[in-house]
Design a protein around this ligand. Sequence first.
Ligand code: URA
Ligand code: CA
Length: 434
Amino acid sequence: MRAYDIILKKREGNELSKEEIEYLIEAYTAGELPDYQLSAWAMAVFFKGMNERETADLTMTMANSGDTIDLSPIQGVKVDKHSTGGVGDTTTLVLAPLVAAAGAPVAKMSGRGLGHTGGTIDKLESIPDFNTSLSREQFINNVNDIKVAVAGQTGNLAPADKKLYALRDVTATVDSIPLIASSIMSKKIAAGADGIVLDVKVGDGAFMKDYEEAKRLAKTMVDIGKNVQRETIAVISDMNQPLGLAVGNALEVKEAIETLRGEGPVDLTALCLTLGSQMLRLSGVVKSVEAGREELEKVLTSGAGLKKLKEMITAQGGNPEVVDNYNLLPTAKQKIELKAEADGYIEEIAAEDVGIAAMLLGAGRKSKEDNIDMAVGVELAVKVGEEVSKGDKLALLHVNEQSDLTAAREKLQKAYTITTEPVEEKALIYEIVK
Ligand code: URA
Ligand code: CA
């Protein structure tokens, strides 16, 4: 087989065989094909697309390109959740204990944040002594013992995707639906998921700014799931403002605890119930999504979800007392108010700008090597649709010495759009694709 012929075949809009896709990806991962050939191929895919079969074959080739996590020692159906990335997306911190308390095993591998989006692993590390680097055995034992573990990625998962994604990033071929879909799904499959619940974000702060694109991405990933025997459902949710009120590591841990107490922000709670009930249904713990939601509501009301979080913190070496005493979490030295510059209604809170403001305060990394400050971030005081008067508090900035307060404040002020006309409430959950 020759890479040239495969590139030409795709350039002409023809379907590639499984063998051709495997050859191209495997040889590239092994360093036997040059970047320029894979770049040309990615560009051909960008323009000509791939059908359902090709996309599934590409997914499995990338999933099998490195280590794969064998979760079979864990009893039950392992359902993973993936978000395409948002700002202040505190869902995993809430969902992992919540779903586990309702009886489904949660073996979750998460990542660190980069740029304007945060990562679950960073957030968890704001809990004193919490250990996110579990060995394979510990990870599996914890899930078998208490139904939940959240740890950083171990092993060399989907190296083909890593290499291809880096190449796409510099060749203007990231935003191809089949390439994005196969990239995301390959990593979930390599991490051992039997079933997958996807939270596809759409809006200003999201990867997908356009609704039809988001829907196509959702549908493509659900179809991949069907073709590779991992039942997958996708929830399309709004990212035209940050989720919940807190954006920042320790701030989001606190927000997750409040949510598990049943006292969290309405939008974060609603999204967690929607995603969680889908997870419970896929895991087979309940027969229907409706039954799943009932279970989760019970777990919220009884405090079993909060208790599960404490168990998880203890099992991973952290101090579970943070749940009852927020003073044990890192706290910023200063809290500075951001005020409304006009009377009116909040029309938009540009999520990406809020994420960048939090990063400028030190909550996120500009580059992979940066250190982050667990204590700092942004706490929104109002959300889209609310009425404000000039001088009202819009948000609270949690600030330390290293924070670039001037730039952060400017970004955050710019994130808010205030209009004189009342604003219609936007939907949070648009559609479920299955
Ligand atoms: N996220 C991924 O993991 N892969 C892509 O290709 C795009 C976004
Ligand atoms: Ca949040």
